[in-house]
Design a binder for this molecule. Sequence first.
Ligand code: PXP
Length: 248
Amino acid sequence: MGQLRLGVNIDHVATVRNARGGAYPDPIRAAKMAEEAGADGITAHLREDRRHISDADIDGLMEALTLPLNFEMAATDEMQAIALRHKPHAVCIVPERREERTTEGGLEVAREENRLAHFIAPLREAGCRVSIFIAADQRQIEAAHRIGALVIELHTGAYCDFHAEGDFAARDAELARLTEMAAFAQDLGLEVHAGHGLTYDTVSPVAAIPQLMELNIGHFLIGEAIFRGLTPAIQEMRRVMDAARHPT
Ligand code: PXP
């Protein structure tokens, strides 16, 4: 099994900054620290309402980072133009509005196949690795494959929510779906990532899914950084992921 990459999502450093306006804490400084702490990539979501990451943050990340940037964005013309201007390593298409979502929270690709196929084509031509954030649902995976995505990111939010609610039967059923669908997607030739809501308590069974190549983790790490600092928080996540991947 190959090493599982860790993408650190720095959105919520910007959330804290924006609570007061101003420049502190700086998400670009956090991205550089994440790099030193062993992250394999940086993820940032430029939302349509700019509630956390700003356009200037994306400019700064593209300038300052040596790690690949995974740029999360909605499938809108505005975001497409920004992505085409920067040409980040990866672009992950995520739902922002309720009507773009499946009930499990991933992007509703199957219903919007034509539009999304046209939407991602120029991004692929520009050299971005296009990823689609979807639920562990065979219909959505097949649709993501048909539109020409190279990567899917499986939504782990439902699995994490069931864990937090103590509904372990539902959690384990969702984990089984994630496991089965990761294998299904890889058989189609897709590279498979996962993320959303992962913590030290929930990451291990996901990290052990052999087809997964990358996990993107943000909110928990930024929260944990309050207590132990960003570098140790990331190093511990790396350790827990590696232990799950390569048990001794
Ligand atoms: N992956 C995707 C596609 C996301 O949209 C997010 C949240 O922005 C994450 C991963 C990270 O989720 P979390 O912040 O809950 O770890």
